[in-house]
Structures are given as C-alpha cells and as structure tokens.
Design a protein around this ligand. Sequence first.
Ligand code: HEC
Ligand code: HEC
Ligand code: HEC
Ligand code: HEC
Ligand code: HEC
Length: 477
Amino acid sequence: MKRVVITVALAACTHPKDPVAELEDPSTCMQCHPKHYTQWSGSMHAYASDDPVFVAMHKRGQRETAGALGTFCVQCHAPMAVALGIVDANNAASFDPTTLPPTARGVTCYFCHDAEKTIADHNNGLVLALDQTMRGGASNPPPADTPAHNSAFSDFTAGTLKNDGSMCGSCHDVVTPSPPSPMAVALERTFEEWKTTFFATLHDAQHHLSCANCHMVASKDLIAQGPGLNVVPRDNGFHDHFFPGIDQALTAWPQTDAMTAEVAGILDPAVNITGATPLTGPPIPGGICLQPLNGNEITVRIDSQSLGHLFPSGAAQDRRAWLEVIAYDASNNVLFSSGVVPDGMDPEDITDPNLLGLWDTIFKADNSPALFFWEVDHETSNLLKAPLFPGMDHSSNPSYIVGAIANQIDHITARILVRPLNFKLLHALEQSGDLDPSVETQMKTLVTGTGGAPFRTWSRANFEPSTGCCKAGFPSC
Ligand code: HEC
Ligand code: HEC
Ligand code: HEC
Ligand code: HEC
Ligand code: HEC
C-alpha cells in the first residue's frame, strides 16, 4: 500500500508537463483557465494581429518602405510569430497576419507568461525562457501542481512592489526605426510616462502601482478549474484579462459587449470634468464655472484621476480627444460653443480657435503632416498630465472668453469626446485599398468626464456668485 502512494507522488512530481508547442496554443490554457481565456479572447492583445487597421497599416507600410519595416510591427502585434520564426526579415513584407496559427496570433498567454526579463525598454525587448514554466503572482497558498506546466512566482510578472513595469512597458513604448523613418522618434511613450509618476518613483505599498495593478482588477476567484485540480480561491488571486483602454474590435470578435462595458468602466472615472477633490470628502464644485468677475469667461477643470500616465497615451498620434462646451440662454438658444464636431469629421478640421484637443501631431521632415510611423520625423504633443508626486494638481483648465453674453447664459454643458482613430488615417488606408470602408462605420465616439451622465451641466439656478461655480451639493458641475 505504502509503495503505491510513493509511486503516485513520484509520478506527480516527475510528470513531463505539456510540450512547449502545446503550451504556446491559448486553447491549451483554456482547458483549465476558462475565465482567463474568455476575457483575453475579447482583449486587444488577442486582437492585435487581426485588428483590420493594423493589417491595413502594416500592408501599406511594407509596400511604401519596400519591405524595410521587416518584423518591426509584428514583433509587438504577433510576438510569437517572430519568436517561432514564422515571420522573419525575408517574408515579413508579404505575409498576411490574419493567416497566423493560434500559437502566433496576437499577444498570447504563453508570450506573457513565459517572458522572464527585458533587454530593452522599448520595441518589445522581452526575452522568453522558451520553457514549460508559467510565471505569475499566485502565492499564499502557492500554486497547486498541474500536469500541464510548472509554475513560478515572478516579480517581473506579478504586480508586486518590485515590479518595474518593464514587462508591459517594453511593448508599450514604440521608438520608430530609422530608416525607414527619417528620424528615430519616441512615438508611443506609455512606459516612459509612467516612469515619471509617483506610481513608479515611490516604492512603498501606499503609492507604488505598476501597469497590472491598475489594468488587471484583482478579485477572489479560482484561477484554475478542472477535474483533479486541487485549487482553492485566493484573496486577490484572480486578475482580469480584458486589458481595456480605448480600442474595441471593429470587426466581429468575441466578448464585444463585455469589452464595451470594460472600456467605459476604466475610461469614465479616469478623465473627468470636476472640481479639485480633497483627500477626504467630496469634490469642491468647480468642474464648470462662469466667472463674470474675471472678464466674462467660462472655465472648465479637467482632472485625470487614477491614470498612471498621460492621456491619451500610447497611440496618441492616432487618437482624437477633445472638450465640447456649449452655453445656452434660458430658451435653449446656443450663445457660445467650442468643440462641436460633426460625425465623420476630425476635430482639427472645424474652425474653432478655442478648441481644446488632446492628441499628438506627427510631421514629416518637411513639416507637412504625417499619418504613419514610417513617415514621422518629429511631433508635437498636447496631452493631459499625470501626477509626479502625491497631491500634485495636474488638472487642465481651459477658459473661454465669452464677453457680454455672460449675463444671458442660463446653462452650460460640457463633456469630453474620444475617438480611437482619426478619419484622415482611416480614409488614407481606404483610398490606398488597404482598408475596407465598413470598418470605419464600427468606430465609436466615446464620452467621458460626465460621471456617467450625458453631460456635466452648470446652471444659473445652482450658481454661487462668489465663486462662479455651482453651489455645494451640485456634483453635476
Ligand atoms: C491541466 C490544467 C492546466 C492547464 C492546461 C494550464 N494550467 Fe495554468 N495552472 C493550473 C493550475 C492547477 C494552477 C495552480 C492554480 C492554483 O493553485 O490556484 C495553474 C497556475 C497557473 C499560473 C500561476 C503561476 C504562478 O506561479 O503564479 C499561470 C500564470 C498559469 N497557470 C498560466 C497558464 C497558461 C498560460 C496556460 C497555457 C499555456 C496554462 N496555465 C495551462 C492548471 C493548468
Ligand atoms: C508583446 C507586446 C505587448 C506586451 C508584453 C503587452 N502589451 Fe498591451 N498591447 C500590445 C499591443 C500590440 C496592443 C494593441 C493591439 C491593437 O489594438 O491592435 C496592446 C493593447 C493594450 C491595451 C489596450 C489599449 C487600448 O487603447 O485599448 C492595454 C490596456 C494594454 N495593452 C495593457 C498592457 C498591460 C497592462 C501589459 C502587461 C501586463 C501589456 N499590455 C503587455 C502589446 C503588448
Ligand atoms: C499581456 C500579458 C498577458 C497575457 C496576454 C496573458 N496574461 Fe495572464 N497574467 C498576466 C499578468 C501580468 C498576471 C499577473 C497579475 C498579478 O499577479 O499581478 C497574469 C496572471 C495570470 C494567472 C494567475 C492568476 C491570476 O489571475 O493572477 C493565470 C492563470 C493567467 N494569467 C492565465 C492566462 C491565460 C490562460 C492567458 C491567455 C488566455 C493569459 N493569462 C494571457 C499577463 C498576461
Ligand atoms: C494608476 C493606474 C494606472 C497605471 C499605474 C497605469 N495605467 Fe494605463 N490606464 C489607466 C487608466 C485609468 C486608463 C484609462 C483611460 C483609457 O480608457 O484610455 C489607462 C489607459 C491605458 C492605455 C490606453 C491609452 C490610450 O490612450 O490609448 C494603455 C495602452 C495603458 N493604459 C497601458 C499602461 C501601461 C503599459 C502601464 C505601465 C507602464 C500603465 N498603463 C500604467 C490607469 C493606469
Ligand atoms: C513596441 C511595440 C509596437 C510596435 C513596434 C508597433 N506597435 Fe502598434 N501598438 C502597440 C501598442 C502597445 C498599441 C496600443 C497602444 C495604445 O492603445 O495606446 C498599438 C496599437 C496599434 C494600433 C491600434 C491603435 C491605433 O493607433 O490605431 C495599430 C493600428 C497599430 N498599433 C499598428 C502598428 C503598425 C502598422 C506598426 C508598424 C509600423 C506598429 N503598430 C508597431 C505596440 C507596437
């Protein structure tokens, strides 16, 4: 009897585990981690090499640079395709990302969980161990044994105080290659931005927040399910794998409704029209104010809260975020407006000297506008700031001189609008035949800053003459 037990125990310890080739396929992970799989399958990481705008831009980029882009784009959007040698410098120009097998499509489970270190802080400097060990943050109790893989706790992967952000950050900073770009430009800088905030510079439990701490909400749940698996739920043991931001799938894709809710859930509290918020207590009124004493101006206060970098971040050259402000008289006639952008038009193309637009603008060497990575020579940037130290007021405070009509203003509405992509970029890809025009119709204009309401609203009925802002107790403005 005793012998049998020993044999079984030995068998469990020495089980050869699944071959690497099987672990590379996300559907292997699905068998025991169905909730991680379902969430990830709707994420932009799963979508990264099927994304029609990526596919179109990649195709055009290869054509326009005569293949000089090589594996530059694929190394981040389908990193396993490069690691497995499916795509290399010789075939990168001609391959179609949508034909990749599941093992190499998008940013896979295996890629993130087998990565052990970085050798560069941008352009995907992650190094894989190419072993059968999945790295994570499961502890207390330590991960149960599984016949599929070894498990290892790693500060590189887990959101611990020692996590330096490089596991996510190395892919989230893009420096354009030169050539084909005229100049090496730090085009996407989410990691660089994060490194300047106190979430990165203060290393205590109260302040330190790495990418995963904010982007992967933790809950008590089973992290593996299946027959014979001896697992128990852990406090904060399960981490969401939706990775919401701004982008959503523009073609038929799993989990689209869930992603829509996730994006609203992270965006809405993050970019807000609000008065300053003291450490304790509700915000001080001051999101929208009308200040007759200061030369008849409307002021709006935009605060990015719970953001660990600038806004928009990353692909800010493609994004368009802007503030819409409309002042009405008592009969609902518009007296003043800024940022009213018709559907199908980019905010920079309306005639509006007051427009507050938040994005990066990229230029070619001759100062004409650029649209694509491989054309960029230099850029200008107007984004919401991030906190460098706790308590720092990093709000943006646009003001609009309205003059004598201030007396007639009865109510003012404001909201922030966000488009993942600008129309110039989409139209250029359509015109070159690289993008199906139906994709554009799926793009949503997101609303934020309003606490879930259609607008923030200031009204004369709730007006506090001494400040020009709403009376206390009217959080709507
Ligand atoms: C046969 C079932 C099974 C398969 C298949 C499987 N896992 Fe696991 N995995 C487990 C079990 C069991 C645990 C431990 C769970 C616990 O103790 O709560 C685990 C733990 C983990 C952990 C935590 C490791 C740590 O130390 O923090 C990660 C990460 C992980 N798995 C990733 C994956 C990935 C990625 C795949 C696909 C390549 C995969 N797993 C396939 C059963 C499986
Ligand atoms: C292999 C490179 C790579 C790694 C590693 C990586 N990402 Fe990403 N990530 C991408 C790419 C590529 C996209 C965009 C895909 C698309 O939209 O086509 C993306 C998209 C995202 C988005 C969605 C952005 C939006 O605007 O919708 C978030 C959020 C995100 N990643 C967070 C993370 C976090 C957190 C980590 C670390 C746990 C991480 N990423 C690690 C490459 C990577
Ligand atoms: C962009 C990188 C990335 C991708 C892709 C990714 N994960 Fe994770 N995963 C993480 C990180 C980071 C953690 C650790 C979070 C922590 O502990 O703070 C994690 C944690 C886990 C864990 C441990 C339990 C938990 O929730 O913390 C499991 C299991 C897991 N992932 C499975 C998967 C599976 C299965 C897939 C694919 C279907 C996948 N992951 C895709 C980054 C990723
Ligand atoms: C303090 C919390 C916090 C930290 C730390 C943080 N983020 Fe974010 N991040 C957010 C919030 C909130 C948003 C939501 C705004 C939105 O929906 O775009 C966001 C948005 C994003 C986006 C989409 C941005 C865009 O405009 O396209 C990406 C990509 C991203 N984060 C990646 C990262 C990476 C990579 C890191 C680490 C280097 C990181 N984040 C650290 C809170 C955080
Ligand atoms: C260093 C890794 C990296 C490289 C290299 C890279 N990307 Fe990305 N890409 C990302 C990340 C990360 C995001 C998500 C950024 C965000 O949400 O702010 C992204 C987002 C995108 C998106 C979706 C959002 C948008 O702006 O439309 C497209 C399309 C895209 N990339 C195309 C490309 C093309 C084409 C190339 C090559 C010319 C390329 N990328 C090279 C990491 C990379």
